[in-house]
Design a protein around this ligand. Structure first.
Ligand code: 5GP
Ligand code: ZN
Length: 119
């Protein structure tokens, strides 16, 4: 989609600080980081939400989650098979959740303690 910011990043039309890539996923640093590590993980194909993607291509949603975990390992947010020190995965979905880019993206957030629930 030519009017989608993240599709344009996949196409190389807008620069991205890429930290991880597979044939069907891309991960890059958020331009306005909310934690010491703040990476966005997307499918290269355009799907607006996780709910739409799981209906269209559940394997691709699994690949996006796997890529997010690989980023967390790469960034030192989890070590070995454990979950220490830990990280947060967020998929804002729809206006009430604050989704501003309508191309599914998982936020990988880590590097500081986090509270629950979020605001
Ligand atoms: P949302 O609010 O839709 O869940 O998250 C969108 C995210 O995209 C925000 O965290 C925002 O900072 C990030 N973002 C918006 N524009 C750009 C951009 O041009 N480059 C990068 N790397 N991130 C962006
Ligand atoms: Zn898109």
């Amino acid at each position: 989609m030519s009017d989608c910011l993240f599709c344009r990043m996949v196409a190389g039309e807008i620069p991205a600080d890429v930290v991880h890539e597979t044939d069907r996923t891309l991960a890059f640093r958020d331009i306005n980081p909310q934690a010491p590590t703040h990476v966005l993980v997307i499918p290269k194909d355009h799907h607006a939400t996780a709910g739409l993607l799981v209906g269209a291509d559940p394997q691709l949603l699994a690949e996006v989650v796997a890529a997010a975990h690989a980023v967390a390992v790469q960034e030192g947010l989890v070590t070995g098979d454990g979950a220490e020190p830990g990280y947060r995965l967020v998929a804002n979905t729809g206006p009430q959740a604050g989704q501003t880019v309508h191309h599914l993206h998982l936020h990988v957030l880590g590097g500081r303690p986090m509270t629950w629930p979020p605001g």
